[in-house]
Design a binder for this molecule. Structure first.
Ligand SMILES: Cc1cc2nc3c(=O)[nH]c(=O)nc-3n(C[C@H](O)[C@H](O)[C@H](O)COP(=O)(O)OP(=O)(O)OC[C@H]3O[C@@H](n4cnc5c(N)ncnc54)[C@H](O)[C@@H]3O)c2cc1C
Length: 475
C-alpha cells in the first residue's frame, strides 16, 4: 500500500472548520436534544449526577445483578440499596416511605421493575438478535448502520465461553440473512476503500474465554484464539464484519496481540472485514497506535481490507483508577478530562493521516470530538465517507440522527440480551454519563454550544474535574 504524506493543516483552520461542522450538527439535532435537559430527562440520571452516595449505591447494585433471578428480585435489591442512603433525594425518600407498608412495597416493587425495564429498553434493542432485527432494519432505513453486542458479563467457565461463541455465530447468521433484504444505502455500504458489510458484530474476548488473566496472558490468548478463529471464519463466510471490543487495561495487550496475530494468518488474508479498539484515556495509547499502524503497513497491508480502528475514550476509567490506587501504581489513565480529550484529538489526527491503511471509526457522543474528526479529515483532503462516526444506542440517538441527516456515515452500537444480563451494562452507561464532566451531562445542563465546541481545557471554566479523590466505587 502506498504511503501517503499527510497534508499539514494549521490548528486555527481546524478550529474554524470544526466550529462550522459542530454548529451544523447541533442545528440538525432533533429538537428534544436542543431543549437541553430534555435529552437526558430520566430522573435517575439527573439525580445520580448530583449525588455521589446514590451513585455508590448503584455501583453496589451492579455487583448483585448476576445473582438476581427476576426483574422483581432486581427491584427489591435496588430499593434495599437506596434505603441505605443517609440523605436520600426527595423522590428516593418518597419511595422508601412507601416501603413501610405491604401495599406500598408491592407498588414500589412493581414501579421499580417497570422503571428498570423502561430504562433498559432505551439502551438494549432486544432480548436476542432475532428480536432486534426490527430495530436494526429501521435504523438502516433511516440511514444508520449498526453493530450488535451480545450482552453478558465476564465468562467464568468454559461452558459459558462456548455458549457465548455459539450465540455470536448464530447472531452472524441471523444478521447476515436479514440484512441481505434491506434496501440500498450507498453511504453505509461503501467507503473509499471498498464495500462495507451490512452485518456487524462486536465481541468481547473476556466472554470467549475464562482464562484471560493478566499474569498468564498466553494461556488466555490460546484459549480465545480457537473461538475467535471460528467466528472470523463464520464472519467471512457470511460477508459480515467482526469487531473486537477493548476492556480493562489488564487484558489490553493480550487482546490487541491476539487480534493482530489472527488477522495476520494466511487464512484471513481475504477476509473478513475486522477491527479493534483504541482507548484514548490510556496514557500509553499513542504507543499502542504505533503498534497498530506498524502492523497495518506490514502484515495488515497484505489483507484484502484495511483493519478498522474504533477510537474511544474508554469505559473503565473508575475501575482503572481504583485498581491502580489499590496496588499503589501510578494511574494508567489520564486524570484530567481535558488531557484525555486532547489525546483523543491527537490520535484522531494520526488515524486520519493513516486512512487507507486503516479504516477510521470515531466513537464518541462529544460534539467537539466528532466535529474535530470530520473537520480534520476534510481539511486534509479526505472524503467524508472515509471516517465513520459511531455512537451507543440510547445515549447517542440525537447525535446519530444529526450525523445521518448530514449524509455522513454513522453506526450505532446496539446491545442485545435479556434485561437481567443487561443491567450491569445499563448502570455503567448511566454512571458514566452522569459524571458531572461528561459531555452529555454538560450538554444536558445547557452549557452553551460555543463552550461545548471550545478546545479541551481552553474554554470557559467548566464544572469541577472528576479526580481520583472523588471516585465513588469500583466499576
Ligand atoms: C460505538 C461505541 C463503542 C464503544 N466501545 C468501547 C470499547 O470497546 N471499550 C471501551 O472501553 N469503551 C468503549 N466505548 C465507550 C467509550 O469509551 C466512552 O466511554 C463513551 O463513549 C464516552 O465518551 P464520549 O467521548 O462519548 O464522552 P465524553 O464525555 O467526552 O468523555 C467521557 C469519557 O472521558 C473519560 N474521562 C472521564 N473523566 C476523566 C478524567 N477525569 N480524566 C481523564 N479522562 C476522563 C472517560 O473515558 C469517559 O468515558 C464505546 C463507545 C461507543 C460510542
Amino acid at each position: 500500500m502506498a504511503v501517503r504524506c499527510p497534508r499539514v493543516v494549521a490548528d486555527r483552520d481546524v478550529e474554524r472548520e470544526l466550529r462550522a461542522v459542530g454548529r451544523r450538527l447541533a442545528h440538525a439535532l432533533p429538537s428534544p436534544a436542543r431543549r437541553s435537559i430534555a435529552a437526558l430527562d430520566d430522573k435517575a440520571m439527573d439525580l445520580a449526577s448530583r449525588d455521589a452516595e446514590l451513585k455508590a449505591a448503584l455501583f453496589r447494585f451492579v455487583d448483585v445483578v448476576p445473582a438476581c433471578r427476576s426483574l422483581e428480585d432486581l427491584a427489591r435489591h435496588l430499593t434495599g440499596f437506596l434505603g441505605e442512603l443517609t440523605t436520600a433525594p426527595p423522590p428516593v425518600a418518597v419511595a422508601m416511605k412507601m416501603g413501610n407498608t405491604r401495599a406500598g412495597r408491592a407498588a414500589l416493587g412493581a414501579a421499580a421493575a417497570a422503571g428498570v425495564r423502561h430504562m433498559a429498553h432505551r439502551f438494549i434493542v432486544g432480548k436476542d438478535p432475532e428480536a432486534a432485527l426490527g430495530t436494526l432494519g429501521d435504523l438502516w432505513r433511516d440511514g444508520v448502520a449498526s453493530s450488535v453486542d451480545l450482552l453478558g458479563e465476564a465468562t467464568v467457565t468454559q461452558t459459558e465461553g462456548r455458549r457465548y461463541a455459539a450465540r455470536c455465530a448464530e447472531a452472524l447468521d441471523t444478521m447476515a440473512a436479514a440484512s441481505a433484504r434491506w434496501p440500498a444505502r450507498p453511504a453505509l455500504e461503501r467507503d473509499p476503500w471498498g464495500p462495507l458489510p451490512r452485518a456487524n458484530l462486536s465481541v468481547k474476548v473476556s466472554a470467549l474465554t475464562p482464562l484471560m488473566r493478566p499474569l498468564a496472558p498466553e494461556r488466555g490468548k490460546r484459549d480465545a484464539a480457537e473461538r475467535l478463529r471460528e467466528l472470523l471464519r463464520r464472519a467471512h463466510a457470511r460477508g459480515a464484519h467482526l469487531h473486537i471490543d477493548m476492556e480493562s487495561l489488564d487484558s489490553r495487550d493480550a487482546v490487541a496481540e491476539l487480534v493482530l496475530e489472527l488477522l495476520s494468518e494466511e487464512e484471513f488474508r481475504a477476509g473478513p472485514s475486522a477491527g479493534l479498539v483504541l482507548q484514548a484515556y490510556l496514557r500509553d495509547s499513542p504507543q499502542t497506535l504505533d503498534t497498530i499502524l506498524a502492523w497495518a503497513s506490514g502484515d495488515g497491508a497484505r489483507r484484502a481490507q484495511p483493519i478498522t480502528v474504533r477510537l474511544v475514550k474508554g469505559a473503565y476509567w473508575d475501575h482503572e483508577i481504583v485498581e491502580a490506587r489499590q496496588h499503589g501504581w501510578p494511574a494508567p489513565v489520564f486524570e484530567v478530562k481535558a488531557d484525555c480529550d486532547r489525546n483523543f484529538e491527537a490520535l484522531t489526527r494520526r488515524l486520519v493521516d493513516a486512512r487507507g491503511s486503516v479504516r477510521v471509526a470515531i466513537a464518541s457522543h462529544n460534539l467537539r470530538s466528532v466535529a474535530h474528526a470530520i473537520a480534520y479529515n476534510r481539511l486534509t483532503g479526505g472524503d467524508d465517507l472515509g471516517v465513520e462516526l459511531q455512537v451507543l444506542r440510547g445515549l447517542g440517538d440525537p447525535l446519530q440522527a444529526a450525523i445521518a441527516a448530514q449524509g455522513l456515515r454513522v453506526r450505532t452500537y446496539c446491545p442485545v440480551g435479556d434485561l437481567v444480563a443487561g443491567m450491569a451494562y445499563l448502570v455503567r452507561r448511566l454512571l458514566e454519563n452522569t459524571s458531572n464532566e461528561s459531555f452529555l451531562s454538560e450538554q444536558a445542563q445547557g452549557v452553551p454550544l460555543e463552550e461545548l465546541l471550545a478546545p479541551p481545557g481552553g474554554g470557559e471554566a467548566g464544572p469541577a474535574e472528576k479526580t481520583p479523590d472523588n471516585v465513588t466505587a469500583r466499576q
